[in-house]
Design a protein around this ligand. Structure first.
Ligand code: HEC
Length: 270
């Protein structure tokens, strides 16, 4: 409670009793007093929706109070009627008639030009992948899936090197615009992106991720992200639309080679 504010409101209302203003001023004073008490009288901020609700109740109560007695009602109605019909108030009437829409316009303008606020919840950079995905009619169980060409590293180093070269070519044809020449997440396109691509050079990314995870992210891109991958729209394309499965596995080999890291094995997950 902000005792000072509440006391000030009460004092103002008591003070007004001695001035003996008209009924209209009384009602307005109560309305404003209630608003000030609600808006500033509490140290924890009251949500706008709650203030609106209470002010609705206050408005209804004050109207009911004014209408309940014909003499009181006359005191509200007569000055209003006079203001609207008598010639001497005409200039003021025009001012009020213009002021009301003008205030609305100012309010709407202020709302439309206010800076967008970032949502208060954070984005999960590495959300949990689904159990399995289907890419070009093949189902991949992500929990157990490995890079089908990884074994070549030992079995046929030449074929493996060929795949890495192919992966490099795919990377520099498709990915470096966003992920950067050196995979630092600083490609030429990133100025317009939010979120920006994470740096693959960061030891918290590629070496911590399984190849199947990358396959999921590359094949399904931003549209495949679960909700916690939000709130901002990622620009990562769904590469299954442009690359073959083989090409995606090859570019993954290249990602690990280039960052000089080894994929995280399945067992390490458990
Ligand atoms: C238009 C820009 C753009 C292009 C082109 C692009 N990416 Fe991305 N990528 C992103 C953004 C932005 C993110 C980060 C947001 C997210 O996770 O979706 C991302 C995320 C990723 C991730 C997930 C990284 C992690 O830490 O979870 C992988 C893997 C990836 N990209 C691989 C690729 C590959 C491979 C290519 C090329 C075939 C590519 N990207 C092309 C924008 C792009």
């Amino acid at each position: 409670m902000n005792v000072l504010v509440i006391l000030a409101v009460v004092a103002a209302l008591i003070g007004l009793r001695f001035v003996k203003p008209g009924m209209l001023v009384w009602l307005a004073a109560w309305w404003v007093g209630c608003y000030v008490a609600l808006r500033y009288g509490f140290s924890t901020p009251v949500p706008v929706s709650v203030i609106k609700l209470y002010m609705g109740i206050v408005t209804l109560s004050l109207t009911a109070y004014a209408l309940a007695d014909s003499e009181r009602w006359a005191q509200v109605r007569d000055p209003l009627t006079a203001f609207m019909t008598e010639r001497r108030y005409q200039a003021w009437l025009v001012v009020v008639a213009l002021l009301i829409p003008a205030l609305f316009a100012v309010r709407i303008y202020a709302q439309m030009t206010s800076d967008p606020q970032a949502p208060s919840f954070a984005r999960t950079v590495h959300p949990a992948p689904p159990d399995s995905i289907t890419v070009h009619d093949t189902e991949y169980p992500l929990g157990t899936q490995d890079n089908p060409y990884r074994h070549l590293e030992n079995d046929d180093p030449e074929a493996f090197a060929g795949r890495v070269v192919n992966g490099r070519q795919i990377y520099y044809e498709n990915c470096f615009y966003c992920h950067g020449d050196l995979m630092a997440g600083d490609g030429m396109f990133i100025h317009g992106l939010n979120p920006i691509p994470t740096s693959f050079q960061d030891p918290g990314t590629i070496p911590m991720l399984r190849e199947a995870f990358l396959f999921w992210r590359i094949a399904k891109g931003a549209p495949g992200l679960p909700e916690e991958g939000g709130p901002w729209q990622s620009a990562m394309p769904a590469w299954e639309q442009f690359l073959t499965e083989e090409e995606m596995w090859n570019v993954i080999l290249f990602l690990y080679e280039f960052t000089d890291s080894k994929p995280r094995a399945v067992e390490e997950l458990h």
